[in-house]
Design a protein around this ligand. Structure first.
Ligand code: TMP
Length: 195
C-alpha cells in the first residue's frame, strides 16, 4: 500500500480527472483517503496563483511555490499520521519542471537550485505518477477552457515536458501514457496504490 501519492504532468494531461476518480474509488472501497492539490487554497497558495496570472518574476514564483509546499506539508504530515492515503494533484516535480522551464537560461542548473530550496524540508512521496503526452495533444484537449493560464503555451510546455522527463527518474516514478482511456488509467493507479 502506498500512503503518499502524487500526480504530475503538463496542463491538459488528465491527471486531475484521474486523481479525483482514484480518490472516489478508494473512498467507495472504504479506504480513508484525502485528495489535495497544489497550489493550495491557503494565503500563500493564493499568492502563488497571483504569481502565475501576473507572470511574476520566476524567482519570486519559485520561492512562493516552495513556501506553499512547505506549509502544505504540515497538513500532509497530519493526514499521514492519521493513517490516511494522501493523493496530491501536483507536488515538487511541478516546480522542478515548470519553474526550471521559466528559469531556463537565467541560472546554470535550475533543477539543482530548485531542489536545494526544499531539500529535506518536504515529505517524499511513496509514488509519483507522471502523465506523459505531447503538448500538442494536451493543448487540443484544453483549448475550450475559457481563459488559458499563461503557462499553457506549446513552446513552454515542450520545455516543461523536457524537465519532467529529466527529473522523474528512479523507483518512485511511474510514467504513464496519458492518451490511454480514463478507465484504464484509474484502474492502473488504483491497483498500484492498494496492491
Ligand atoms: P493546475 O492547472 O494543475 O491547477 O496548476 C496551476 C498551474 O500551476 C499549472 O500551470 C502548473 C503550475 N505550477 C507550477 O508552475 N509550479 C508548481 O510547483 C505547481 C504545483 C504548479
Amino acid at each position: 500500500m502506498k500512503h503518499f501519492v502524487t500526480f504530475e504532468g503538463i496542463d491538459g494531461s488528465g491527471k486531475s480527472t484521474v486523481s479525483k476518480l482514484v480518490y472516489e474509488r478508494l473512498i467507495a472501497d472504504g479506504l480513508d483517503a484525502v485528495l489535495t492539490t497544489e497550489p493550495t487554497d491557503s494565503l500563500v497558495g493564493r499568492f502563488v496563483k497571483q504569481c502565475i496570472q501576473t507572470q511574476n518574476d520566476p524567482f519570486v514564483t519559485s520561492f512562493a511555490f516552495v513556501a506553499d509546499r512547505m506549509d502544505h506539508c504540515r497538513l500532509i504530515r497530519q493526514w499521514l499520521n492519521e493513517k490516511k492515503i494522501v493523493l496530491c494533484d501536483r507536488y515538487d516535480e511541478s516546480t522542478f519542471a515548470y519553474q526550471a522551464a521559466q528559469l531556463d537560461g537565467t541560472i546554470e542548473d535550475p533543477i539543482r537550485w530548485l531542489k536545494e530550496l526544499s531539500n529535506n524540508r518536504i515529505i517524499v512521496p511513496d509514488r509519483t505518477f507522471l502523465f506523459v503526452l505531447s503538448p500538442a495533444d494536451a493543448l487540443a484537449r484544453i483549448q475550450h477552457r475559457e481563459s488559458l493560464i499563461p503557462f499553457e503555451r506549446q513552446a513552454f510546455l515542450e520545455k516543461v515536458n523536457k524537465y519532467y522527463l529529466k527529473v522523474c527518474k528512479g523507483r518512485r516514478f511511474k510514467k504513464i501514457d496519458a492518451m490511454e482511456s480514463v478507465e484504464i488509467l484509474v484502474d492502473f493507479c488504483y491497483h498500484d496504490i492498494v496492491d
